[in-house]
Every structure is written in C-alpha cells, then in structure tokens.
Design a protein around this ligand. Structure first.
Ligand SMILES: *Cc1c(COP(=O)(O)O)cnc(C)c1O
Length: 425
C-alpha cells in the first residue's frame, strides 16, 4: 500500500533533470499521486509519469483534430479547413517578406486591400471590397462608419445570438450606432421600416437568419423591397449575410444575389461556407466601402497577411476549381462516396455502417439535412478517441459512437481506423 510520506519531494523527483518545465511538471505529478493515494490507489512509477508529463507539455496545445461529427463548418473545430492551394500561399507569404503594403510597379507604399479586391469584385459583381478580421468586425465597422450616433433600423426577427453567448445587437451597439428595432419576431413588413424612418436614421440593416428559422405565420420583406425603400429615402441598405456564399449552396443567399437585389453593402464571413480563413468581407458601393476604409476602426480590425494570403488562394480557386475547396467538396460530395468511406472504415475496425444526417454548420442552412453515412463503434470509445493522436471528435448517439464519414477525407479514414484500433488495445 503506497503512503503519502513515501512520496519523493519535488527536488528528489527532478534531480538530474535540466528541463526548465521539470519543477512545474513534478508538482502536478506529485499532486495527482497524493490524490490517488488518498483514494486508495497506487500512483506507480513517478519518474515515468514525469517523463510523460514533460513530453505532453511539449505537445502543441492548438493542434489538428479529425472531425468525424458530420458538421462541416464546425466552429469549435476551427470552421473551414483550407485548400492546399490556400495553404501554399500562406507559406510563401509568411516565409519571407512580402509586398503586403508595397506597390512593386511604382516602388511605393501600396494597400493590403488590393491583393484580394479585384477577385472579390469579379466573384460578386461589386464595385469595391474590403477585408477585416471577421464578419462581426465587418458589420460593426459598417455601422461605425455609416451610422455612429444615429439610428440603424433592424427587424426584431433578425436579432440573433451567433454562439457562445454573443448577440448581434450587443456587437452592433459597440459601433456607437443606435439600434431601432421594428416589426415583431415573426412578422416584419417594409412599411414597418418606412414608419420608423426619421431624420436620425442612418441606414437600414438586414441580418440574415443564419442559424435559425422562424416557421409558420411569418413575413420578412425581400431585399428588393427594402432596397427600393432605402433608395427612396436616400439611405444605404446593409445586408449581413452571415455565412454568405460565392456559389449556390442550398438556399443560402450569395453575395452577388444580395448586391443584384439592391443591397448597398454586403458583409459575410471568410471561414463559413466560403471555405477560407477567418475573415470578414464587405463588398458593395465604392463610396461606402471607402468610408469604411478611412474609419479609424478599420486600422484596428484589419486582416493580417496570413489571412489575406489564404483568402486570395481560396478565392482564386473559385475561378477555376471550386471543387478543390474542402468545404464545398464535403457539401457536394455524392452520398455514394461517403458511404464507400463508411464501409471501408467499418471493415477496418469491425464497426457497422449507419445512415446519418450531416450538417453545413457555421450557422448556415440550419434546416438542410445532408444524407451521410457513419461507422458505428462502441460508445465508450468516443472519450478515448479524443485523446488519440491525432484526436478524433465524434458523436455519441443511442449508446454508440458514430464516426461520420462526410467530414473525413479518404486519408483520414485510415487515421481514424488506426486510432480506433489503438484505443481498443
Ligand atoms: C456568423 C455570423 C456573424 C459573425 O461572423 P464571424 O465571421 O464569426 O465574426 C455575423 N452575423 C451573422 C448573421 C452570422 O451568421
């Protein structure tokens, strides 16, 4: 029976070890050993545990995981995986110096916004484009630049919470604009906006109902109606698409459609259905984009060179090979190939093929059900798989662990199989 007073001191346990993390690691190994002894267990070989602790301390904390949840744009798992072409641009831009803010033709200062603006104009039909850190920042910047100290009209049916307790109205209030809510949760009409317009009104804001839908007795004005109303009153219409899309994906509105319907500015995320890095993209009227660009907050919210490189690489794929963008590939993949992966995985690990429903995630297409297939294994493996290398994140349902194959690549099927075999051992 192990006894507390037989435990070595921190000094004794770390003797001869020069690792700068050794003392902290020894403290936590000893703390755990004391708990185990009090619980009547034997803590075992403390030197071996210290070595394991030091090895774990050297592992990256932010690391790659395998997403076997079937949720394609999984915010907790880093949203969109990047295409190889996008990663290559990041590598090239980050490895040495770059022309981030340097105009090579003129040999003078340039703008970091120039690298992606032309691609964004081409892909959306917009006059101008601007990129910041994320879409929350994009919407906030738009309101700060166009409506500070004045009123922004927004429907009560569009005041959503986007996740982790963050609510769009709270973010928007920080812009310094005043939100004027109108209509009701389920029904808002163009005349509600019309009646609310005063001398204090700076713009009309539309927020796409991204992660929820109101069904039944509902009504929201179409973008065209709001655009016509805004134009009559000389006010801009800003459309926060949330995810947004550059190509048709389910019934998600594309940025091009929103602009064509008359929105003056359209904001959307870079790492939701677009399939690129975290970014907030604003496209629309040149004079309005210019006001955003000149606002002091733009300097605080601007995207960094790694983001711009990844975004340029992703946008370039939309011209020639959108199927190389992982998010689009997973969304559009034929169910037969997903099933083939599930069958191969089931064969490798002795699991069962199960029909499932995958999701777009990222607050997009909340009602869309993508037919999918999973390999089902024992329930108790889910927890162990999360500490495999690389960790595998799955879904537990009805007493079984489901490894959904829509969000796995062919290569990852082999990694998941190896992980299942190793955690069973
Ligand atoms: C996701 C979302 C945002 C926030 O976008 P981020 O890129 O995560 O900052 C804002 N508005 C809507 C409607 C969204 O769905």
């Amino acid at each position: 029976m192990a006894r507390l007073r037989d435990l070595p001191s921190v000094d004794e346990l770390t003797r001869g070890i020069t690792d700068p993390l050794a003392v902290d690691a020894a403290r936590s190994v000893l703390a755990r050993a004391r708990e185990e002894i009090r619980a009547g267990a034997d803590p075992g070989d403390l030197a071996a545990r210290l070595r394991a602790e030091l090895e774990a301390a050297r592992e990256p904390k932010l690391r790659r995981v395998i997403n076997a949840t079937g949720v394609i744009v999984h915010t907790n798992l880093g949203r969109a995986p990047l295409a190889d072409e996008a990663l290559a641009r990041v590598h090239a831009a980050a490895q040495g110096y770059s022309n981030l803010e340097y105009d090579l033709a003129r040999g003078a200062r340039g703008s970091r916004q120039d690298h992606v603006a032309a691609l964004l104009r081409r892909l959306t039909g917009a006059e101008a484009a601007l990129v910041v850190n994320n879409n929350a920042a994009a919407v906030m910047l738009a309101l700060a630049a166009l409506a500070e100290g004045r009123d922004v009209l927004v429907s009560r049916g569009e005041l959503l919470e986007i996740g982790d307790g963050f609510r769009i109205p709270d973010v928007l209030a920080r812009s310094g604009a005043r939100l004027r809510e109108l209509g009701t949760t389920n029904r808002t009409r163009a005349v509600d906006y019309e009646r609310a317009i005063t001398d204090e009104t700076a713009l009309l804001l539309r927020v796409h109902q991204s992660n929820f839908r109101v069904v039944g007795f509902t009504e929201q004005p179409r973008v065209e109606e709001l655009a016509a109303l805004a134009r009559r009153h000389g006010l801009p219409l800003v459309d926060d698409l949330g995810s947004g899309a550059l190509v048709d994906v389910g019934d998600e509105p594309t940025a091009r459609e929103a602009l064509a319907a008359g929105a003056d500015l359209v904001c959307f995320s870079g790492d939701k259905l677009l399939g690129g890095p975290q970014a907030g993209i604003v496209v629309g009227r040149a004079d309005l984009v210019e006001r955003l660009r000149r606002h002091p907050l733009q300097r605080a919210l601007r995207a960094d060179k790694l983001t711009l490189a990844a975004l340029e690489g992703t946008l370039a794929l939309y011209l020639d090979a959108p199927e190389r963008i992982p998010v689009l590939r997973m969304l559009r993949q034929e169910t037969a190939s997903v099933r083939a992966r599930a069958e191969r995985l089931a064969e490798l690990v002795g699991g069962e093929v199960e029909e499932t429903v995958a999701r777009a995630g990222g607050g997009a297409l909340p009602l869309a059900e993508l037919p999918s297939y999973a390999c089902a294994v024992e329930e108790e493996l889910a927890e162990k798989l999360r500490s495999a290398r690389p960790p595998v994140v799955s879904i537990v349902r009805d007493g079984r662990t489901l490894l959904d194959c829509r969000t796995l690549t062919d290569g990852e099927v082999d990694e998941v199989a190896a992980a299942v075999v190793s955690v069973r051992a």
